[in-house]
Write a protein that binds this ligand. Structure first.
Ligand code: IPE
Ligand code: IPE
Ligand code: MG
Length: 264
């Protein structure tokens, strides 16, 4: 009889028991989309969807940590959101984030979660940056799941930043003739260099695109799209995504069949 992690509800425990413990993804990333549509369906302002989305974050983070995931990366808002959404919505999102980073700290402590951030955070309001630094510092000693929030994140700008960082590192370390460019070195200069390889990307609300999220890291990740809107998404949905992930055959460009002449 397999041990079911404590903290899962009945439905989660049932789904968990159907999973293969040896094939858990290490790193799951989620494009948390559909807050606006959730609100629209209820004739509520878009911000009501964002507010409810925070409850989904709490549920999913708790379940992800309970099942022992190493890394969870959440796309909270993109660089494009930051420049293309109305100022009132951006202002609300900043307020929500500022509050979130304080209110959710007890959850991080209880679950031994280490907080991390990716994206061009230096462009965010000063008080948000300060709260981010504070929350990161407060959880720095935790040894459980790494929860990474992508804020003002864009994958193309990440790749540009990684290239600049490689050039700077070489310039400061013996000169540009020491610049070595290969996949491994570029990977080391990505915002995600401290994280395991990405295994699974989940997108809610049905859109079939990556919207400038983790393009480099997604090279061989499995993609799971659900029509469920983010404010309706919870731990059960996360486990359903992992179940589907475990049914996929990851081939990495090879052939997952016995080679001719092999005995199995
Ligand atoms: C995702 O929900 C949250 C953010 C991008 C900040 P949306 O706000 O994109 O919701 P829809 O796609 O309009 O429903
Ligand atoms: C992607 O959703 C960004 C986040 C969920 C944070 P968008 O709603 O911004 O994506 P598009 O505009 O539909 O591609
Ligand atoms: Mg959207």
């Amino acid at each position: 009889m397999r041990t079911i992690p404590s903290g899962l509800d009945r439905k989660e425990a049932e789904l968990y028991s159907q999973l293969d413990p040896h094939q858990f993804p290490k790193h799951v990333a989620i494009i948390m989309d559909g807050n606006g549509r959730w609100a629209k369906r209820r004739h509520l302002p878009r911000i009501a969807g964002h507010r409810r989305g925070v409850d989904s974050v709490r549920k999913v983070v708790t379940t992800a940590s309970n099942i022992g995931l190493s890394a969870l990366t959440l796309y909270a808002f993109s660089a494009e959101n930051f420049t293309r959404r109305p100022p009132t919505e951006i202002h609300f999102l900043m307020k929500l984030l500022h509050r979130y980073l304080k209110n959710e700290l007890p959850l991080m402590h209880r679950n031994n979660i280490r907080l991390s951030f990716i994206g061009r955070s230096h462009m965010l309001p000063q008080e948000v940056q300060e709260r981010m630094a504070w929350a990161k510092e407060q959880t720095a000693h935790h040894t459980g799941m790494v929860m990474t929030l992508a804020l003002n994140y864009g994958s193309r700008s990440e790749i540009v930043d990684a290239c600049k960082s490689m050039v700077n590192a070489a310039a400061n370390n013996g000169g540009l003739e020491h610049l070595k460019i290969d996949e491994e070195s570029l990977n080391r200069h990505m915002y995600t260099s401290n994280l395991p390889d990405l295994d699974l990307i989940i997108r809610t609300s049905g859109e079939m695109r990556l919207s400038n999220f983790l393009l480099w890291q997604a090279a061989y990740a499995e993609i799971y799209v659900t029509k469920t809107l983010w404010p309706d998404f919870n731990g059960v949905h996360l486990l359903e995504a992992i179940k589907e992930y475990q049914s996929r055959e990851r081939r990495y460009g090879g052939l997952n069949e016995p080679s001719p002449g092999s005995s199995n």
